[in-house]
Ligand binder design. Structure first.
Ligand code: ZN
Ligand code: ZN
Length: 592
């Protein structure tokens, strides 16, 4: 029978684990010296770990007095450093340097050295060290490298947003575990954005691969999956995920709960979102923010305010994001006084210093309500330097209320701040077009050309039978492209029968974030609507579309009519809000 070395279970080590002050630790340290325990590597490593929890200085002092520290002791200290003192990443790297300097004689980094170092690299300011360190893995370790080293590399590249490397390394791991899958999915989620939805699709693909490899997902996985579904507007897959949660007894904690609230409200079912919210066993500020934001995007300002008022009795304090979504809610339904009150209470009642985004909401609130002069003064007098968002809010309001002077002022600032954004020029040129100032329209367009302004390509996503279909403006790549274009012709004929006139001024001049040189009827959402009408015979379930840009005026007017003509509900989620088109009207009340 193999007996364990008595040093591993020495009673002094148990006392050491229970040291919670530096003074007692020093006593135990002294005792270890007297009985000779401090001469052995394992007890020393326990001492290093315990002391670095209590005092980094003392741990380093101990380490310096070890005559010839082994690689095991180096690794122990580096790992304790990254676990308990991530802000001191530089010390971890200097220890690694010491290993390299002694390398020739006695020391060589091993597979326990690298994971902690990659963890340190992922902390702020040290990303640049990751790549050279990766070459050291090849230099010092025999391939294939150890599971922990591979996992730490995947983590590191995920953190830097280098997804192809991350995926490549992930594929090298023979049996990735749950933590690895979660790292990969989180990396996709982090680098996805509303403009670039492909990464969310990667999350869905990743999840089904994970299912195939028989790994059971947990709460973290589900949060990533549900988050991707809500950002894609992929309702049926989101509902599947919700059902999965319920079937597999996954805890609907506040993270999963917030994700579900967000899912249903982003897919256009704000009532379902509220049902989930209402049943959550525990709610934090994030849950509230998601629900208030849901109400806001659906134009239900009063419900948003009601919820905002409920936070206090639940013992929750609104944070900066709560104020943003609540002000947004007020602004979209014209609750000016209420919004102003909340803005004033920010600092007084909650001690939150208003930031740019809050001023932006207020400018939007005042501007939309037609109080343009006040809005302009606000922008000029605010204590922080106004950014593009602020001026754009003012420009949007000026356009809505036909105030060319304020519009021009706003644009001048915008062109300095972001000379390459098409939306600004578009807004102003629309405004001139509405006033029949065609020379000015031309001038803005020429200016835009000179500046080499890039337009963000518009796209729309629509879910049919559980699969997502993506359309670009004038897209002809879809397998049913021919049928879709025929359907559009039919739609256009019927629109005309109903008296719809494409806004000629807009066809020529309104570039509303998408290029009007492409005929209006081929804007991405039109293609998506045509396809949905073709593909679904059942008009009782709504057509749900997600669009990366703002809906243009002509598409808005046509979609309203299409909802009557084809007796269907169309829900479009654009960059900022939802439009529920039904029986010829839209929930935004033509105010977006
Ligand atoms: Zn359009
Ligand atoms: Zn609308």
């Amino acid at each position: 029978m193999k007996t364990q070395n008595p040093i591993f279970s020495h009673p002094t080590l148990q006392i050491l684990e229970r040291c919670h002050t530096l003074a007692t630790l020093k006593q135990v340290h002294a005792h270890m010296h007297t009985i000779g325990l401090a001469l052995h590597t394992y007890p020393l490593s326990r001492l290093l770990i315990q002391s670095s929890k209590l005092s980094l200085t003392y741990a380093l002092h101990i380490f310096r007095n070890i005559p010839n520290p082994t690689i095991f002791l180096f690794n122990t200290l580096i790992s304790s450093l990254t676990n308990y003192h991530s802000e001191h990443a530089h010390i971890a790297f200097s220890l690694y340097n010491q290993i390299l300097l002694r390398n020739k004689t006695t020391l060589r980094p091993n597979s326990f050295t690298f994971p902690s170092l990659f963890k340190a690299c992922a902390s702020d300011g040290w990303l640049h060290c990751g790549h050279p360190l990766h070459t050291h893995v090849f230099k010092f370790l025999e391939p294939p490298s150890d599971h922990f080293v591979q996992a730490s590399l995947v983590n590191f590249y995920a953190k830097c947003g280098k997804l192809s490397q991350c995926r490549y390394l992930f594929n090298q791991i023979s049996e990735p575990d749950l933590a690895m899958w979660n790292t990969l999915l989180a990396a996709y989620t982090r680098s996805a954005s509303f403009e670039d939805a492909d990464m969310y699709l990667e999350v869905l693909h990743g999840f089904s691969e994970m299912q195939e490899s028989q790994i059971r997902p947990n709460e973290v996985t589900l949060v990533a999956l549900i988050g991707a579904c809500s950002n894609l507007g992929a309702l049926s897959q989101g509902v599947w995920a919700h059902a999965y949660v319920l079937r597999n007894n996954i805890v609907v904690n506040r993270f999963v709960g917030t994700a579900l609230v967000d899912l249903y409200s982003k897919c256009g079912f704000v009532n379902l979102a509220y049902q989930v919210f209402d049943k959550l066993p525990e709610r934090d500020t994030f849950c509230y923010n998601a629900m208030i934001g849901g109400f806001a995007a659906h134009g239900q300002g009063h419900q948003a305010l009601e919820l905002y008022e409920k936070m206090k009795p639940e013992g929750l304090v609104p944070d900066s994001a709560t104020i943003v979504v609540t002000l947004f809610a007020c602004s979209h339904v014209g609750l000016v006084e209420e919004g102003c009150k909340i803005f004033e209470s920010m600092k007084k009642a909650h001690g939150i210093e208003p930031k740019l985004e809050h001023y932006g909401c207020l400018v939007d609130l005042l501007g939309r309500a037609g109080r343009l002069k006040e809005a302009e003064n606000m922008v000029r007098k605010m204590p922080v330097k106004p950014n593009a968002i602020m001026w754009r809010a003012l420009l949007g309001a000026a356009r809505l209320h036909g105030n060319i002077e304020i519009g021009e002022v706003a644009l001048k600032h915008l062109m300095q701040l972001e000379p390459e954004t098409s939306g600004n020029y578009v807004l102003l040129s629309n405004m001139y077009a509405n006033f029949n100032r065609w020379d000015d329209v031309k001038r803005v367009r020429t200016l835009m050309k000179h500046q080499g302004v890039n337009k963000i390509p518009g796209f729309s996503l629509v879910e049919i039978g559980g699969a997502m279909h993506k359309f670009l403006t004038c897209d002809k790549t879809h397998p049913f492209s021919k049928e879709i274009y025929l359907k559009i012709e039919e739609i256009n004929r019927r629109l005309q029968e109903y008296g719809h006139k494409p806004r000629t001024s807009q066809v020529l001049f309104d570039m509303e974030e998408e290029d009007k040189e492409d005929a209006l009827s081929y804007h991405s959402e039109r293609l998506a609507i045509a396809f949905a009408l073709l593909a679904t015979s059942d008009s009782s379930s709504p057509i749900r579309i997600l669009k990366n840009l703002r809906v243009c005026e002509d598409c808005h007017a046509s979609t309203k009519l299409i909802s009557t003509i084809y007796q269907t509900t169309i829900i479009v989620r654009d960059r900022t809000r939802f439009h529920h088109f039904q029986d010829g009207t839209c929930s935004c009340k033509d105010y977006w």
